[in-house]
Design a binder for this molecule. Structure first.
Ligand code: AMP
Ligand code: ZN
Length: 137
C-alpha cells in the first residue's frame, strides 16, 4: 500500500535517498533530515497508514518493537542522557508527513530543546468530572 506523493513511501521504494539505519519486512528506520538533535530517527511501517487511527494493532506492535530496538541502540551508541518518543497525529498536532511515523529524539540534560510544560495548577474536581464523563469507556 503506497500513497502517490508520499515522501516516506518514496524513501521505502528508494526513489529518494535516506540514511536507513534499520529495515525488516514491515518497518524502516532512517535518520531525520532535519534533526532536532544528533541521531533523531524516524521509524515507519512500510505500508502507508496516515495516522495512529489507521494502522492495525498488530502492525503497530511490530513498529513499537523496532522503536524500542533502535532506541536502545541510540542510547548505547551516543552519549545521551535520554530520549523522547514523539508521534504526531493530524496537522493541528504538528503532523506534516501523512504517513504514520514515530520520532526517536535523543536528549541531554543541558540541551535547549523542547520541554513538555505541565501546568503547575491542578484542575478542579468539577472540571475533571466533566471531561471524565465524556471520555470514560
Ligand atoms: P511530523 O511533523 O511528525 O510529520 O514529522 C515529519 C518529519 O519527517 C520531520 O521531522 C522531517 O524533518 C522529516 N522528514 C521529512 N522529509 C524527510 C526526508 N526526506 N528524509 C528524512 N526525514 C524527513
Ligand atoms: Zn506513505
Amino acid at each position: 500500500m503506497n500513497e502517490a506523493g508520499c515522501i516516506f513511501c518514496k524513501i521505502i521504494k528508494r526513489e529518494i535517498p535516506s540514511k536507513i539505519v534499520f529495515e525488516n519486512d514491515l518497518n524502516l528506520a532512517f535518520l531525520d533530515i532535519s534533526p532536532i538533535s544528533k541521531g533523531h530517527t524516524i521509524v515507519i511501517p512500510k505500508k502507508h497508514y496516515s495516522t495512529l487511527e489507521d494502522i492495525p494493532e498488530d502492525e503497530l506492535a511490530e513498529t513499537i518493537k523496532v522503536v524500542k530496538k533502535i532506541s536502545i541502540n541510540i542510547h548505547k551508541s551516543l552519549e545521551i542522557d535520554g530520549y523522547n518518543i514523539l508521534q504526531n497525529n493530524f496537522a493541528a498536532a504538528g503532523q506534516v508527513v501523512k504517513h504514520f511515523h514515530m520520532h526517536i529524539i535523543p536528549r541531554s540534560y543541558d540541551d535547549d530543546k523542547f520541554r513538555l510544560e505541565i501546568p503547575k495548577n491542578q484542575a478542579s474536581d468539577e472540571e475533571l468530572n466533566e471531561i471524565y464523563g465524556q471520555l470514560k469507556f
